[in-house]
Design a protein. Sequence first.
Length: 210
Amino acid sequence: MTLPRLYPIVDRDTLIRVQCSVQTAFEVLLDSGSRLVQFRVKGHIGRTEFAEFECAAELCARAEAALIVNDRADLAMLLRAGVHVGQDDLPPKDVRRLVGEKRLLGLSTHNEEQFRAGIAEPVDYLAFGPIFATTTKENPDPVVGLGMLRMLRGLTTRPLVAIGGITRANAASVLEAGADSVAVIGDLYPAVFTLGEFRKRVNEWQQLVR
């Protein structure tokens, strides 16, 4: 499979901070040409959060884009979406049994041992990081750096998504180190959020990774 070079992650906590709705975030990303978007919600998922997932799924379906759900295989099944799991979630082999062969499945790895183990898992792509220091996680794993990314790139032909502290200033170096795709969270949003500036920022990203 081929992943788009930009892998946007819509983080619900970040949306709340910048006062942007889920619908707006997905509409802007999809209008810019994104055809794969992850919606990340940490913690409790109640009716409000599930309604946001449904909104994201509907918008992605309309745009013929892939929605990736973070952590929750059950939600992925309900929404007919892909799923991305971490080291503490349901094992990928069990997730694959639940979601089937046609749904995208990704796995987060944070060191060489986890990455090597991930190669043997039935996943479509591997994520590795944090490449740089990140502020979007409360307890981030240790920074791995570009050197480790470059070294691990040679271990698999599977798509590799780099994540963690990636900005417009350093994305080119990450792609040059061997990443097929860069996962971006915080740098999707301008410091002073307006709809116009948000569209401009997302378009800057699309131009940058072409």
